[in-house]
Design a binder for this molecule. Structure first.
Ligand code: SF4
Ligand code: SF4
Ligand code: SF4
Length: 221
């Protein structure tokens, strides 16, 4: 009996499901921590990812070093692109996973092959300092699945968050401690990639890489 080949996207869907569970786990463990950190009215600070303009100041404005702000990936929105503009530095001489071609200055974005032609991108929060470079790259050229959040296992929930005070976009807001994250994947519409696009993906990516790495013009995938 011949082995049945998994349908395209099966492993990717599995990764998405695992991603959802992985993101839910810290949330489930948080209530005890947050009950101690929340202010008298039961609120904590959080970044509204729909207001953030990736100004890079979260890295330095936070009183914590490294910042309590980290990048996260909305797996339901991510295109699992081989060519990820949040991962690859624009203007890189070649398309590769070498450190010098990566956009992240701390090497916090981890890339793992899922199935042809998809790759999973996860963030090593210990390395991420919330600089938002990858968030901007993904927003400008990709699906916008990378976004910043204040991590409540690290945040001190200061009376006056210094990021909220300095944020040029008023993106840092008070949210209820029992809903301490503003998850893009809960609102974002997963991108449906037409089959014809998937079939011609390699050709598209070749063009995309050339334009992206030579800076010919702004393109989006
Ligand atoms: S300071 Fe505001 S706009 Fe700048 S990266 Fe942080 S949340 Fe985004
Ligand atoms: S580019 Fe900046 S925000 Fe993105 S993962 Fe690296 S350190 Fe974090
Ligand atoms: S509340 Fe304090 S620790 Fe938390 S993100 Fe703002 S400045 Fe950093």
């Amino acid at each position: 009996m011949s082995e049945e080949r998994p349908k395209a996207g099966t492993r990717r869907n599995f990764v998405r499901t695992v991603g959802r569970i992985a993101m839910a786990a810290p949330v489930l463990a948080l209530p005890i921590v947050l009950s101690k950190k929340a202010d008298a009215k039961g609120y904590v600070w959080q970044i509204d990812p729909y207001k953030c303009t990736f100004c890079e100041q979260c890295r330095t404005l936070c009183i914590m070093t490294p910042s309590a702000v980290k990048c996260t990936n909305a797996f339901q929105m991510c295109g699992y692109c081989d060519f990820c503009p949040g991962f690859l530095r624009q203007g890189a001489k070649k398309y590769s996973t070498a450190a010098e071609d990566q956009l992240c200055p701390t090497g916090a974005i981890k890339r793992k092959f899922v199935e042809e032609p998809y790759f999973e991108y996860t963030i090593d929060e210990k390395l991420c300092d919330g600089c938002s470079k990858c968030v901007k790259g993904c927003y400008d050229f990709g699906n916008g699945s990378l976004y910043l959040q204040i991590m409540h296992n690290l945040c001190l929930n200061c009376n006056q968050c210094s990021i909220a005070r300095g944020c040029p976009s008023d993106a840092v807001v008070r949210v209820p401690a029992d809903g301490p994250y503003v998850r893009k994947e809960l609102k974002g519409t997963p991108r449906v990639v037409p089959l014809a696009v998937v079939r011609s993906r390699k050709k598209q990516e070749a063009t995309f890489r050339r334009k992206y790495t030579t800076g010919e013009e702004n393109v989006s995938c």
